[in-house]
Design a protein around this ligand. Structure first.
Ligand code: NDP
Length: 505
């Protein structure tokens, strides 16, 4: 992986002047307007100004995309291709994405308000890394031969589902696309993917690079447009064999219903969270703990499904923990996402910012005390900025401790015993991630085992890497995992072939 230098604000501004944003649908290898010619405007959340006019797809466009994907699935132009060729094309695609790191990172920063240091330095490299990782597995995963009786050869092989639909969120637009596209394409599927309406642009550029890398027409199709139109049409479509969704639990439930009411397409859901971070009394390196805890909740403005939004702290160390967190936050400047020093950019849009601010008010009404942050700042920019906010005196039964806020808001809750900490941590409808801080290996193993969460970090905020699966328990997920070879399973069917051999004559 080559490292891309983060552009200076002047370099970014010069690049913006040269940006070519194609905001049309990408179907059957070409850009085109929506069937009815409709478009919708998107806004740069750091300035409040209009950024682009994006094609507003409809059910007719979903039909066209699914038809293209179906043709490509049926004629085997991708699924029957030598896996080594598929690998080569996808690796080339990853290389092109990496080489366009500054351009794609800049697009995401403008579209989503994310700091340029994160988009260019993390999101785009991770997007390329994800596609490359799955691509490289394409010609390395074997089927099985079953221990069948004499005279029989029984093989167990994996075949692509066919046409995969993907509906993805706005918080990590390119990365979430890669988490679906990498394994779905590596295993030979064709794909129709819908980005979030607020953040369609990076995926369209990535799809264009896919064509340049040699992905055949019809194999990768992008339909932009509103979730309740394009997303629902995909969820109900009889021509889609599997649908992978990342977003809210509420919308995730709809996809299960639509699957049940249509063709029983396989549904994979990666949903919300209210993840706990547990700090035990034997912690001594408060600075390191606070640095990790801050990343867990404030990274990406807290717009992160695995955000560690509940800090469960042993009463005896709470003061040290809060002091360390306040000191850590001095290293988290909020502001212009184009400034490489910025660590907290803008919230995705005005209505989401208002929802987060309402939650802060709600918490105060419930008895919480704001010890830092709590209000919109930088209003004169026209953008939607909320600084890191810490709410003290929270009880786990308050709404701020139970509802996903999806913003830079940390609720601090005290505990006295290990049992109480585990009980509070698990007292949530979600179960995506958790972190715990202790120097005692016994506590670490006991508590990690007791936590009802799909990803547990010990002495770190950790989601693992491409080699480890990502997904949640309870209302945080359903049907499978993103990343690792586990993701390959979910985009494939299992086939048994039972071959009866004639006896030797
Ligand atoms: P949504 O679940 O509403 O959106 C995610 C995706 O689903 C987007 O592509 C969206 O399209 C689409 N969608 C929206 N409504 C429908 C629908 N009725 N039928 C089919 N598809 C639909 O999440 P939001 O972006 O609105 O965020 C709301 C909450 O979701 C957040 O506060 C957070 O709790 C959670 N969330 C979780 C994420 C995660 O990573 N797990 C990521 C983002 C959000 P469109 O953009 O056009 O509406």
């Amino acid at each position: 992986m080559t490292e891309t230098a983060i552009p200076s604000p002047d370099e970014s501004r010069a690049a913006i002047a040269d940006l070519r944003l194609d905001a049309r649908l990408f179907i059957d290898g070409e850009f085109r307007e929506a069937a009815d010619g409709a478009r919708f405007g998107t806004v740069n959340p750091a300035t409040g100004e209009q950024l682009a006019e994006v094609a507003k797809g409809s059910a007719a466009d979903v039909d066209a995309a699914v038809a293209a994907a179906r043709r490509a699935a049926d004629d085997g132009r991708w699924s029957r291709r030598n896996p080594a060729d598929r690998k080569q094309i996808l690796v080339r695609w990853a290389d092109l994405i990496e080489a366009s790191g500054r351009e794609i990172g800049l697009i995401e920063t403008l579209d989503a308000g994310k700091p340029i240091t994160d988009t260019v330095g993390l999101d785009v490299p991770e997007t390329a890394n994800c596609i490359r990782w799955h691509a490289e597995a394409a010609d390395k995963l074997y089927g099985q031969v079953a221990p069948a009786p004499e005279g029989v050869v029984a093989t167990i092989t994996r075949e692509p589902l066919g046409v995969v639909g993907a509906v993805i969120p706005w918080n990590y637009p390119a990365q979430m696309a890669a988490w679906k596209l990498g394994p779905a394409l590596a295993t030979g599927n064709t794909v129709v993917i819908k980005p979030a309406s607020t953040t369609s642009l990076s995926l369209l550029r990535i799809a264009e690079l896919g064509r340049e890398a040699g992905i055949p027409d019809g194999v990768l199709n992008v339909v932009t447009g509103p979730g309740d139109v394009v997303g629902e049409a995909m969820g109900r479509h009889p021509g889609i064999d599997g649908l992978a969704f990342t977003g809210s639990t509420e919308v995730g439930r709809h996809f299960l219903t639509w699957s049940a009411e249509s063709n029983l397409k396989r549904v994979l859901l990666e949903l919300g969270g209210k993840s706990p971070q547990l700090v035990f009394p034997d912690v001594t390196d408060f600075a390191s703990m606070a640095a990790n805890a801050a990343i867990a909740i404030f990274w990406n403005m807290g717009e992160n499904c695995s955000a560690g939004s509940r800090l469960l702290v042993h009463r005896s160390v709470k003061d040290q923990v809060l002091e360390a967190l306040k000191a850590e936050l001095e290293q988290w400047p909020v502001g212009d996402p184009l400034d490489p020093a910025t660590r907290i950019g803008a919230m995705i849009n005005r209505s989401h910012m208002e929802k987060v601010l309402d939650h802060i008010e709600l918490g105060m009404g419930e008895g919480a005390r704001v010890i830092t942050g709590g209000e919109q700042i930088l209003r004169d920019t026209g953008g939607f900025f909320i600084p890191p906010t810490i709410l003290d005196n929270v009880r786990n039964d308050m709404r701020v401790a139970q509802e996903e806020i999806f913003g830079p808001v940390l609720s601090v809750i005290e505990f006295e015993t290990e049992e109480e900490a585990v009980r509070l941590a698990n007292d949530t409808v979600y179960g995506l991630a958790a972190s715990l801080y202790t120097r005692d290996l016994n506590v670490a193993h006991r508590v990690a085992r007791d936590l009802r969460a799909g990803v547990v970090g010990v002495n770190a905020y950790a989601e693992g890497d491409m080699t480890t699966p990502f997904g949640g328990y309870k209302l945080s997920g359903f049907g499978g995992h993103d990343k690792s070879v586990h993701a390959h399973d979910q985009y494939t069917e299992t086939k048994t072939t039972w071959i009866q051999l004639a006896p030797r004559t």
